[in-house]
Design a protein around this ligand. Structure first.
Ligand code: B12
Length: 211
């Protein structure tokens, strides 16, 4: 086998942890139901959709798990994430960012991931990333790639790739290198019928959702 690219079935399976970034306002003691704050838990439809799709269609998938850092916890989000990384040891961490208010967390938690294991490939996606990926890639030095629009096909490609870095150089991914050479990035979509069928077994450590 020396010198040959292993066939898909012979490659080490690749695991991915999808992380919903903190978006809730205030700290654990803040009453978020008050009119001046108004910050509530949201169902993580984006990551549930991604996890369901990957579980069904990604070849070479080791594990896919969802961690919602907005769920009540006596530990801070960085500690919860560090614990999850230690137990799961994913190859890829994908941060999901729907709301701009999560941005400081993207910066600090991407760094935490790389500090814990520099070999983990760190990506981000979600509505707030699709509109601001350029600034994020410049400022977040620990972010390897940002997803433009929907993430199903992009993540499947990372999981199945012989070389993750090469896969992240293709659409729908934006990288620092692509930005430097002003390369255009297009979204990549699969058949919608394959995408909207959410598998609620993925609520795992994410949310309540009955089958
Ligand atoms: C539904 C919705 C809501 C619902 C939430 C329902 C729920 N989740 O429980 C409600 C009405 C409650 C809501 C509230 C708010 N919302 Co809202 N909401 C939306 C909306 C219309 C759709 C989000 C959604 O569920 N999409 C469906 C899922 C499947 O798609 P997705 O999450 O985008 O995920 C896909 C991609 O983004 C990508 N992706 C996502 N994560 C990741 C991660 C990785 C690693 C990768 C590769 C890809 C990836 O792949 C996914 C699958 O294709 C969006 C607008 C939009 N068009 O996105 C606004 C939007 C997210 N909301 C927004 C805002 C501002 C709010 C509020 C702050 C409004 C307010 N002032 O109160 C609140 C905050 C809620 C809170 N938690 O406190 C803004 C965020 C803007 C920003 N940049 O910060 C958006 C983008 C609308 C807008 N254009 O202004 N919202």
């Amino acid at each position: 086998m020396t010198g040959q690219v292993p066939r898909q079935s012979e490659r080490r399976p690749r695991s991915i942890l999808l992380v919903v970034l903190p978006y809730r306002l205030g700290d654990a003691t803040t009453d978020t139901t008050k009119k001046a704050i108004r910050s509530f838990l949201a169902f993580p439809y984006g990551v549930l959709t991604l996890a369901s799709y990957l579980k069904r269609y990604a070849g070479n998938l080791g594990a896919v798990e969802v961690l919602d850092l907005n769920l009540p916890s006596s530990d801070s989000p960085d500690i919860v994430l560090a614990r999850k990384l230690a137990s799961m040891r994913p190859d890829i961490v994908g941060f999901s960012m729907s709301y701009d208010v999560s941005y400081p967390w993207l910066k600090s938690l991407a760094k935490s991931v790389k500090d814990q294991d520099a070999g983990i490939f760190v990506v981000a996606g979600g509505p707030a990333v699709t509109t601001a990926y350029a600034e994020m890639l410049v400022e977040c030095t620990h972010l390897d790639a940002a997803c433009y629009s929907e993430g199903e096909v992009g993540l499947k490609n990372l999981i199945e790739a012989d070389d993750v870095v090469m896969a992240a150089a293709q659409d729908p991914w934006v990288t620092k290198e692509k930005l430097q050479r002003k390369a255009h990035t297009k979204p990549v979509y699969d058949d919608l019928d394959k995408i909207i069928d959410v598998d609620c077994a993925h609520r795992v450590i994410a949310t309540t959702c009955s089958n």
